[in-house]
Each structure stands twice: as structure tokens, then as C-alpha cells.
Design a protein around this ligand. Structure first.
Ligand SMILES: [Zn+2]
Length: 469
């Protein structure tokens, strides 16, 4: 952590060439990663990383310099490097009155990381591995991973902002592969959050692994997915990754100010069926995307993006808010580490609760596909064109789930699909807590949705998709 007096001195130095705003972001990260592959401990890694970045604003010109050492000389050097783009001179060093701001938000940890030994954590992964292998001889490959991460940040800026956020994350992931003859079926899942080791009490890891094995083995009997335009019903929870990737990114302010987004200039316009409300909420207790303050020092908030089909707001960081003269951001400035400048990013983003039961939605479909689980897909996040692979999917015939389907892939354009969603369930859920978003920089996020129905979407039936990802 940085002494307030040193922060003031560094900020004064950063302002010396005429900047209108200067900021220091300090970070201290400790992590532990454990991984079992083929019943052997393959990863055991402790990590530590600390450093600081100085960011200087000359209007819309923003410069950045970072250092991995927190001594006065290194920080002053970073301040001078970041300030070097300025031409002005300031005769007197400005006095910066820093006032610490407290967050109303609490993300308490019930069980600190050190309440279990490393051996205990490895044991958990071993038990997951054994449970998967015991489930069926058809389970031929098992991986299990554990990660704990503490990321403390402190931010000071020349507007007087002084904030800190002490972020703890725990996560467990597993992957199983079932094999019969030449057919492979992979299922991956994880759970986690901005929580401590209570995660391991609140989730039954062994039951989850058995359930994954059950799905993987069941999918060995799957038949190839039919191709063509059809009705698709997407499960609640992790299904929200489609909205995140294919629509959410386009509501991030950098795509808006560049004008490259389908949503640029559309505030107040209808962009979805009135049954759709979509929200980005960085304040949900325990979620991966939750923050006290974002990495610009702005308090996290809940932002209604789409309300009953009408586009209401974008997700702003400080840079983009300043660019358009907006009064403050929406608390969506996030950075991967002190080596990076923040950019507008989602936190926990979801489609809100609707009125239909999931059963009603499935019953409404004469013939279609139900997607229960999706592997990653690909989306052009600036345009919203997407290809998503379902790892677990079923045929819907006369309102009932029938045959499991292999290789179901859906294609489309996010903003267009969003206009077409015509049923929204009353079973809103957020994902189990394993979302990573890779928009240039990596960020922990949550996604979510109730069960939804898309009346027409292109489904591809590539038979080999089951073995990939
Ligand atoms: Zn993303």
C-alpha cells in the first residue's frame, strides 16, 4: 500500500506538464493454482505480483507508465514518463487533497484461504478425479483445477479520489471426457465467485463431477444435430454467455464512441422485444464481476441497459465518459493488472426474469433444439456475429425433450437475435461462477439469463464439434 503523502507527491509530479487529471493505481496480487490431470498433480503454482501504474490525462490524450516496484524513485519516474507527453509547465506543484471514500458494498469472506492447507485443496481435486473415474469406465480423461486469488487495489487521483478494494476469488473447475469406440464427449464446468473457501462448503464438488460424467456419457448416445433454421430454447444461467458476447460487448462505450456498434446512437430506441430487460450489475454479493470500486475508482453500480425492449444506457469507463462529456462513468472501468489501462467492461450481465415457466417454453415448441450446456464459442464482439457450440443439447419434439444431440452449433447476429427472442422464463439464474472475458485483457465476469426461446436461428450440425473445446 502507498502512503498518502507519497501518493500526493507522485500525483503532483504527474500533473507538472499540464495534465488535467492524474491517477496512481497500486495493486498487490497473491494467487495459488493447483491442477490435476490424468490423476497426477500437474500444476502447483504460487504467484505474487505487485506494482503501480500512473495514468495522466491531457483532455482525451491519455498516457500511462507502470512499474513493478513501489519505492519513491520508481513511482516518481513513472509519473515523469507518463507526464512526458505534456508540453505545459506548472510552476508550482499543486496540492492534492485526497479524501478516502468508503464503499457501501461489502463482500465478506466467511472462510479465509488459509483455513485449509494446500494438501487439503489437492485432496479435494483428487477426490473429484476419483469420483469421475469411478462413475464409469467410459470416463477416460479427467482434469480438476483449483484457484484462489487475492487482488488488492488502491487508487488515488488528482480530483481527490482515494479508494481501495480488496478482492478475493475462489474457483474450482473440472473437465471430463467420455469415450466409446471412436466417439468422444467432453463436458467442462466450474464454480466460483468473489468468495473465500466457503465456496467449497456451499457447493458439492463431487456431486457436480458425477453430474458432469452423467451428461458426458449420455451424450455418447447422441445423434447428429439436424441443420437448418429452427426454434432454439436456451437454458438459464450459463446460456447468458450468448447475450454477453454477442450483445453486451456492443453496449460497452468504447465500441459506441467508435461508432462501430449496432447500438451506437440508439438510446431510447426499441432494440428488443418488450419482454426483454437486460442489466449489468457490479454490486451482487459474491459474484465474480462484483466490485466495490472499479479500476478507475468509480463506485460499482447497477445499470439497466435495456428496459422492456428499449435501449437505456451503455457501460462507461472514465476515459469514454470524459470523451463525450458525460458526468461520470457507470463504474465499468476494469483492467487486467497494473500493467494495463482500464477499458469499458461488463461486470455481472444478465437478461432479467420473464413470466413463462421453463416447461411452458419447451412445451410451446413443436420441433426445435434445447441447449442445456454451451462450450465457448466465437463472437465478433464488435459486430455481434456469433458461432456457439452446444456440448449438451436435446431435440424438442411436440413440446418434449427427446433425443440428445451431438454437435449442435448455432450461428447468428447478436443484436438481431435479441430482437427475435419471444419468450423469457421466470427461472433467472446466474452462471455457476467460472466466466472469463477476453476483450484484449482478461476479466472475471458473470453472465445469466432465464430460459429463453429464439423462434428462428440457424443451427449447424457439424458432427465433430463434440470433440473440440
Ligand atoms: Zn466477453
Amino acid at each position: 500500500m502507498l502512503e498518502k503523502s507519497l501518493a500526493q507527491k507522485v500525483l503532483a509530479e504527474a500533473l507538472r506538464t499540464g495534465a488535467d487529471l492524474a491517477e496512481i493505481y497500486v495493486e498487490d496480487v497473491e494467487s495459488l493454482q493447483l491442477g490435476i490431470d490424468d490423476s497426477r498433480l500437474e500444476t502447483a503454482m504460487r504467484g505474487e505480483d505487485r506494482g503501480a501504474g500512473v495514468r495522466v490525462f491531457f483532455g482525451n490524450l491519455v498516457t500511462y507508465a507502470f512499474t513493478d516496484s513501489l519505492d519513491e524513485n520508481s513511482l516518481m519516474e513513472a509519473a515523469r514518463a507518463a507526464a512526458a507527453a505534456g508540453r505545459g509547465t506548472q510552476q508550482q506543484a499543486k496540492t492534492i487533497d485526497l479524501t478516502e471514500r468508503k464503499s457501501q458494498l461489502e463482500y465478506p469472506i466467511r472462510k479465509p484461504f488459509d483455513t485449509l492447507s494446500i494438501e487439503d485443496k489437492v485432496q479435494l481435486l483428487s477426490r473429484m478425479d476419483e469420483a469421475a473415474r469411478a462413475y464409469s469406465p467410459q470416463i477416460v480423461q479427467v482434469t480438476a483445477n483449483y484457484q484462489q486469488l487475492r487482488r488488492q487495489m488502491w487508487l488515488f487521483n488528482s480530483d481527490g479520489v482515494q479508494v481501495e478494494d480488496d478482492r478475493f476469488y475462489t474457483e474450482v473447475r473440472a473437465g471430463v471426457v467420455a469415450k466409446r469406440n471412436g466417439t468422444l464427449q467432453r463436458v467442462r464446468e466450474g464454480f466460483g465467485g468473489r468468495v473465500g473457501l466457503e465456496l467449497l462448503d456451499d457447493n458439492d464438488a463431487l456431486a457436480k463431477v458425477k453430474n458432469m460424467c452423467e451428461r458426458a456419457v449420455q451424450m455418447l448416445d447422441a445423434r447428429p444435430c439436424p441443420a437448418g433454421e429452427m426454434t432454439v430454447v436456451m437454458c438459464n444461467g450459463w446460456g447468458g454467455v450468448l447475450f454477453h458476447e454477442a450483445c453486451g460487448h456492443q453496449m460497452e462505450a468504447d465500441f459506441i464512441t467508435k461508432g462501430s456498434s449496432a447500438y451506437a446512437g440508439k438510446i431510447g430506441e426499441r432494440v428488443a422485444n418488450p419482454i426483454i430487460t437486460a442489466i449489468d450489475d457490479g454490486t451482487i454479493p459474491g459474484r465474480r464481476g462484483s466490485l466495490k470500486f472499479d479500476d478507475d475508482g468509480t463506485p460499482a453500480q447497477r445499470t439497466v441497459l435495456i428496459e422492456e425492449g428499449i435501449l437505456k444506457e451503455y457501460m462507461w469507463d472514465l476515459v469514454e465518459a470524459r470523451r463525450v462529456g458525460r458526468d461520470g462513468s457507470t463504474g465499468n472501468g476494469r483492467r487486467e493488472s497494473y500493467r494495463h489501462m482500464p477499458m469499458p467492461r461488463m461486470t455481472n450481465t444478465f437478461i432479467d426474469q420473464g413470466s413463462h415457466t421453463p416447461e411452458e417454453i419447451i412445451e410451446s415448441v413443436k420441433r426445435g433444439v434445447y441447449i442445456r450446456d454451451m462450450a465457448g464459442g466465437q463472437a465478433d464482439i464488435a459486430k455481434g456475429d456469433f458461432v456457439f457450440n452446444a456440448t449438451v443439447a436435446y431435440l424438442i419434439e411436440d413440446g418434449k425433450l427427446t433425443a440428445p444431440l451431438r454437435g449442435a452449433t448455432i450461428f447468428g447476429n447478436g443484436p438481431q437475435v435479441l430482437q427475435e427472442i419471444d419468450m423469457v422464463g421466470n427461472d433467472l439464474a446466474l452462471d455457476p461462477g467460472m466466466g472469463m472475458c477476453g476483450k484484449i485483457q482478461m476479466a472475471r465476469v458473470s453472465v445469466g439469463q432465464p430460459t429463453i426461446r429464439i423462434p428462428r436461428v440457424t443451427v449447424g450440425g457439424t458432427d465433430d464439434a463434440s470433440a473440440s473445446n
